[in-house]
Design a protein around this ligand. Structure first.
Ligand code: NIG
Ligand code: FE
Length: 455
């Protein structure tokens, strides 16, 4: 199977103002806002089979104009309404879905895209029983990636970022959150965020940058008796002001975990980040209950991520925030649990039952989840978290967009959203997680331009 980036990609100009996607068996809209509770299972689908097939006059289409969705619905009605608005059908290029499924472009709301080196040796260590935090405490894990990343040039990081963004795009991802966190010193953290910014400018995948200076305590602080507190002070005084002054991060994140940054230390970093204008997100309770979920609710962060081991009080706090109309999105990373072989998955069903909106992400990183394939994450979410395919798809579209504060821009196919969509080579979205590891992507559209087609 060949893969062609055909236009709208790096360095190419926009071609046509209008795009009409026809011939879909299903158009999954995810319209209507963030999904929580029973609504997480409602994908908002138009089915061609309900109206006489893909060639019928009422078969569903998606109309895009100048990079935005302008209409979704029955073909003849949409075409007539557009013509009445001065947008005749002749001004729209056609894209035939050929009986496939159309969904919003996927949003990956948690990745550590930028790093140097690989850590395949840790897989063997973990197979022999070593714990993830044990490897980190011994100076491996994140810290070995920090050493390699500090030694990498901007060009090397850029080439690495392009390579893996291309892989993500090939799997239907059109928006990606990208964290720093493998520098842990001002110069390297800024270099990573600068590279994220260059990738954002290049496109076509949209990049949302997050500053994660509080990912681990770097080696040069580790000999001090109060190493973690000293590094937290350095983050607040030496790193955050530079990150804020350069305006190169949207979010601040912290790895809140027993033995890494405590809830109090995480609060210190996050409050300082908020004071300099950054939005907040949190690695919460990935391995053990560490007060992360409680802190996420207390601070009203946009997204609490991992949650493989939240306390009961933490789940209650997230449920209470959702009930109060200030939901913290629970961004779950089941491919990480799978790859770490801990078999201790996030309580996804309980979170949904308690009304907490659930998103899913790859966590792409060299230690715990080296997969760029978000569709595979859907499969793991269905098999191990017990999500339905529709709930899982909401987790990587509309809810993932909300996990990035971008719910009004991406993640759903409805008027005024960015025209980001994927055509899948299957007749229903229920089959996207059903073929684990297959690449079912046929075409990807970003801001109304076809950016990828697989022949
Ligand atoms: O989300 N847990 C912290 N950060 C990553 C892993 C980073 C690494 O091991 O390099 C995660 O799992
Ligand atoms: Fe992570």
């Amino acid at each position: 199977m060949t893969l062609r980036v055909i236009h709208g990609g790096r360095g190419s100009a926009d071609l046509m103002p209008g795009l009409l996607v026809t011939g879909a068996s299903e158009v999954v809209t995810m319209a209507g806002g963030i999904r929580a509770g029973a609504d997480q299972d409602d994908p908002g689908v138009f089915r061609a089979a309900d109206v006489g097939g893909v060639d019928a006059p009422d078969a569903p289409v998606v109309a895009c104009w100048e990079g935005r969705v302008v209409a979704v619905g029955p073909r003849e009605g949409v075409v007539a309404a557009l013509a009445a608005d001065g947008l005749p059908a002749s001004r729209f290029a056609r894209l035939d879905a050929d009986g496939g499924t159309v969904t919003p472009g996927l949003v990956d709301p948690h990745t550590h895209l930028l790093f140097a080196g690989t850590r395949e040796g840790e897989l063997r260590l973990r197979q022999r029983g070593a714990g993830y935090l044990e490897i980190l405490a011994a100076g491996g894990g994140i810290l070995s990636t920090v050493a390699a990343t500090r030694a990498a040039t901007e060009d090397e990081l850029l080439a690495h970022g392009r390579r893996w963004l291309d892989e993500m795009l090939a799997h239907g991802v059109t928006t990606v959150e990208v964290k720093s966190g493998y520098g842990l010193d001002p110069a390297t953290e800024l270099r990573l965020l600068h590279v994220a910014g260059l990738l954002a400018e290049e496109g076509p995948v949209e990049v949302v940058p997050t500053y994660l200076g509080a990912h681990a305590v770097p080696p040069e602080f580790r000999s001090q008796p109060d190493a973690t507190d000293a590094y937290v002070r350095s983050i607040v005084h030496d790193q955050l002001p530079l990150v804020a002054a350069q305006g190169i991060a949207r979010f601040c994140d912290v790895f809140c975990e027993e033995g890494v940054f405590s809830a109090d230390q995480s609060r210190t970093v996050l409050e300082a980040a908020r004071a300099v204008g950054l939005d907040l997100r949190l690695h919460a309770d990935e391995i053990a209950p560490s007060g992360g979920a409680e802190l996420a609710a207390e601070l009203g962060v946009v997204s609490a991520d991992h949650l493989a081991a939240p306390s009961e009080a933490g789940i209650d706090a997230l449920a209470e925030a959702a009930r109060g109309g200030r939901p913290v999105v629970a961004t779950l990373l089941p491919a990480t649990t799978w790859f770490l072989m801990t078999h201790h998955y996030a309580p996804a069903r309980r979170l949904i039952e308690r009304g907490v909106p659930v998103a899913l992400a790859s966590d792409f990183n060299p230690g715990t989840s080296p997969t760029p394939n978000l569709a595979l994450v859907l499969t793991v979410a269905c098999l191990e978290l017990g999500l339905t395919p529709s709930e899982a798809l909401a987790g990587v579209t509309v809810n993932a967009a909300h996990a990035l504060g971008l719910g009004d821009e991406v993640g759903s196919l409805e008027p005024d959203r960015q025209a980001d969509l994927v055509i899948w080579r299957v007749p229903t979205h229920l089959q996207i997680p059903y073929f684990p590891g297959a690449n079912l992507v046929r075409s990807v559209v970003k801001r109304g331009q076809i950016v990828l087609e697989r022949a």
